[in-house]
Ligand binder design. Structure first.
Ligand SMILES: Nc1ncnc2c1ncn2[C@@H]1O[C@H](COP(=O)(O)OP(=O)(O)OP(=O)(O)O)[C@@H](O)[C@H]1O
Ligand SMILES: [Mg+2]
Length: 306
């Protein structure tokens, strides 16, 4: 495991930052960490990169306990509130970060043009950071995070300042990093983005993890099915109840939630074999957004969640 946390808790005075966080992130994964504003995402990332001390609990990063200096050399971090020295050029900023990472002159000379190119600032390295747009500043921050060719990269809302094209480019950078065997811990509000690229996700609300799992498993079991049927009988409803629940009947409309797509034709068979005439069948796979809203909204009652 690249990250293993055990009961990590951070209190800001009497205020909970995050509470009893237990999670594991495997090598080569893109791990999505989701939650509403103030849920504790940045708090956890700051603990994991060594910017905050936990109030309780422990963690191992790349097999070493929190605070191990050798781990920092192999870790990249893009903070959410990035603000870089405006008077430096992009190259000078990266050189400064390279020195903080303990990189030598030659390594910096090789890596700086590479990462500038990687984040789409290949021809902007000699410009002052103060003259960069917000999106360009976020890109140079990403370049700082990638500079030491880290094994583990923490990205806190890495596309918050980017236009749709820039978001896509950063997504491609993340996928490319995964292909190279790197592990990415991604804090994000952009649920569609997370759904597209993450292997596993955890959802945090009010400091505590409320759901964690492989993306496929989280979204499985949440297929909403609407069937327009003539001749609905109790036997039909009972048969459908075995496949999924709750089964709701509204006039000639039957609504239910199925766990797997293979159950869709079975549901149609149950209707027809019970003597019903099936006029239409519509399905809708719940998105990560549906699951997220369901889990974090006040008093949220699961409508079609696994
Ligand atoms: N330095 C601090 N001092 C006191 N409270 C803090 C501090 N930093 C964060 N908090 C509180 O801790 C909780 C978690 O904040 P955190 O920044 O981790 O949330 P987040 O999930 O990253 O939110 P966002 O999506 O807005 O970035 C919030 O209630 C916040 O007010
Ligand atoms: Mg945050």
């Amino acid at each position: 495991m690249i990250i293993e946390t055990d009961g990590l808790t951070k209190m800001y005075g009497r205020k909970v930052g995050c509470s009893e966080i237990c999670l594991t992130v495997g090598e080569g994964q893109i791990f999505g960490f989701l939650g509403p504003n103030g849920a504790g995402k940045s708090t956890l990332v700051k603990i994991l990169v060594g910017l905050l001390f936990p109030t309780a609990g422990s963690a191992r990063i790349l097999g070493k306990p929190l605070g191990d200096r050798s781990v920092r050399r192999k870790t990249g971090f893009l903070p959410e509130n990035f603000r870089y020295q405006e008077w430096l050029t992009g190259i000078e900023l990266l050189s400064f970060h390279g020195s903080l990472y303990g990189m030598g002159r030659e390594e910096k000379a090789r890596r700086i043009p590479e990462v500038l190119e990687q984040v789409g600032l290949g021809d902007k390295g000699r410009q002052k950071v103060g003259s960069y747009s917000k999106g360009m500043q976020q890109r140079v921050g990403l370049a700082c995070a990638l500079l030491p060719d880290p094994d583990l990269i923490f990205l806190d809302e890495p596309t918050s300042a980017l236009d749709p094209l820039g978001r896509r480019e950063v997504r491609e950078i993340m996928l490319d990093l995964r292909q190279k065997g790197k592990t990415i811990f991604l804090n994000s509000h952009l649920l569609s983005e997370v759904e597209m690229i993450c292997d596993r996700v955890a959802i945090i609300n009010k400091g505590s993890i409320v759901k964690e799992g492989a993306m496929g498993n989280l979204l499985a079991g949440a297929i909403e099915v609407d069937m327009r049927v003539e001749g609905i009988t109790q036997k039909m409803v009972d048969g459908l109840s075995v496949l999924g629940s709750p089964v709701k009947v509204e006039g000639s409309l039957i609504r239910l939630c199925l766990r797997e797509t293979v159950d869709i034709p079975v549901a149609a068979e149950v209707v027809v074999n019970s003597g019903g005439r099936l006029f239409s069948l519509n399905t809708r796979q719940n998105s990560l957004e549906d699951l997220f809203v369901d889990l974090v909204k006040e008093g949220g009652a699961g409508k079609c969640s696994p």
